[in-house]
Write a protein that binds this ligand. Structure first.
Ligand code: NAG
Ligand code: NAG
Ligand code: NAG
Ligand code: NAG
Ligand code: NAG
Ligand code: NAG
Length: 413
């Protein structure tokens, strides 16, 4: 037997065997009777039946479901054998379910097409700016602003630990005038799992509802911490007493500004130790603190605490005027004192320094005297007198008459 014959034989055998097992081929039929049921305001039950015209003893199937949240969400696929799928999604933004039959052990059959069941998103809103603050275990406040024309608002809540049909209702509403603007929820609230909130009411002729879902621990808002401010080693020491709710869950963030700057500076302490900031005693300081949740405890922060002031502002222009006056006064006084002192001491340490101006004056004076003297001499000589004038240049006024005895001429002898 040659090789090509053997291969042909094998293929034929396989083909025959396969044809005997799988009488039907191609894509499986669609699941039948696909419905959406709403056991409450927050959950949906997608139900269906196995495809008709499928012999379950020769072909077993499973179901492939994809859930696409919102308009552009990523589809989340899952596979199961049971014929219903329960989900409590964010219906407010719409969800689309798709289900198809998948072969589990069904010879050469392929997936069926998908059956789509969309839940449209809700376009009409009774309120805006819906927010909740989980401020201590078992207590949460939610607030909102009603949109125009909203009447008869009611708030209900539910979580997955509760019976499907059970609903909690708001025990205490907050009002602004006639309008409901918030609700205080208390009791057994979920912590790290979702809480579902329903607001329903009327607007004009229509009855509307909106739902919100949130994880309380991701909406923490404790009361602000207590703050103490003191001076320590020329610095300001800031210390916070964290809120005493939810245990050791808080870090403190400080912000401060001095009376000389309007900008807040932030300082953050990761440990439960005080922080130190530079301190100028001539300024007044304003300090605030905020508690921020540690990551393992959830998400959220308190409001800023009330402002704590420290120190007193000393008027800036008064001290600068003082400096402007005081510095020159002190400098002048020092110069005068120094000069007085120096004059006394100079005589002792330094010899008399000849005044160069005086020297020049003297030089000029002596020159003048000489010329005067010369004139006088000629006058005297012209008279042929025996008298001569001796003038002292220092005191030109003082002239002394001196009689000079002339010796007898030798020729007479
Ligand atoms: C399944 O059957 C189709 C025809 O019915 C055939 O074309 C295909 O090759 C088969 N697939 C397998 C994996 O046997
Ligand atoms: C969802 O529907 C299925 C089939 O009708 C039912 O067996 C199941 O109990 C329903 N689940 C809920 C939560 O209603
Ligand atoms: C399903 O297939 C088995 C085996 O091929 C056969 O005995 C049975 O009659 C079939 N049942 C139906 C409802 O077609
Ligand atoms: C929440 O509401 C209660 C009841 O009015 C109030 O005492 C509390 O201070 C509020 N807490 C916050 C964080 O808003
Ligand atoms: C709001 O929802 C509750 C609970 O589902 C229901 O009892 C009530 O009638 C609803 N109110 C309106 C105005 O739809
Ligand atoms: C903060 O101070 C107030 C008033 O002094 C006090 O009642 C409260 O218990 C303090 N909080 C903490 C967390 O120490």
């Amino acid at each position: 037997m040659d090789l090509s014959f053997r291969v042909l034989f094998l293929v034929t055998c396989c083909w025959t065997a396969f044809s005997l097992v799988s009488s039907e081929t191609g894509a499986l039929p669609l699941p039948s009777d696909v419905y959406l049921q709403f056991p409450n305001d927050f959950c949906v039950n997608l139900t269906w039946s196995p495809p008709e015209k499928l012999n379950s003893s020769t072909c077993s199937v499973q179901y492939h479901i994809t859930v696409t949240a919102g308009q552009a969400g990523e589809p989340v696929p899952r596979t199961q054998e049971s014929t219903h799928y329960q989900d409590c999604p964010d219906m407010e933004n719409g969800v689309t379910y798709a289900v198809r039959t998948q072969p589990k052990s069904c010879g050469n059959r392929t997936d069926s097409k998908e059956v789509f069941k969309p839940i449209p998103h809700r376009t009409e809103k009774l309120v805006k700016e819906f927010k909740c603050f989980y401020y201590m275990p078992g207590a949460m406040n939610c607030t909102w602003r009603p949109t125009d024309g909203t009447r008869d608002l009611q708030l209900y809540y539910w979580d997955e630990q509760m019976e499907m049909k059970a609903l909690g209702s708001c025990g205490l509403y907050f009002y602004s005038g006639e309008d409901k603007t918030g609700c205080h929820l208390h009791g057994k609230l979920p912590d790290f799992t979702k809480i579902y909130i329903l607001l329903n009411g009327t607007r004009g002729p229509s009855t509307l509802k909106n739902t919100f879902l949130l994880v309380p621990r991701d909406n923490l808002k404790p009361p602000p911490p207590n703050l103490s401010v003191s001076e320590e080693r020329h610095m300001l020491r800031l210390h916070c007493t964290p809120p005493d709710v939810f245990g050791d869950c808080w870090k403190c963030t400080y912000r401060y500004r001095s009376s000389r700057s309007s900008d807040w500076q932030e300082k953050y302490s990761s440990l439960d130790t005080p922080v130190h900031i530079p301190y100028n005693r001539h300024s007044r300081y304003e300090v605030q603190v905020m508690a921020v949740s540690k990551d393992i405890c959830g998400i959220g922060a308190s409001d800023w605490s009330k402002v704590t002031s420290f120190g007193e502002e000393q008027p800036a222009d008064w001290s600068s005027h003082m400096a402007l006056i005081a510095i020159p006064v002190v400098v002048i006084a020092c110069v005068i004192l120094f000069l007085l002192f120096f004059k006394k001491v100079r005589v002792l340490i330094l010899p008399q320094i000849p005044d160069p101006m005086q020297l020049i004056k003297e030089l000029i004076n002596s020159k003048e005297e000489e010329s005067n003297l010369a004139e006088n001499k000629t006058v005297l000589q012209g008279k042929g007198s025996e008298k001569q004038v001796l003038c002292i240049p220092e005191e030109p006024e003082v002239c002394v008459n001196v009689r000079v005895e002339e010796p007898e001429p030798a020729a007479d002898l």
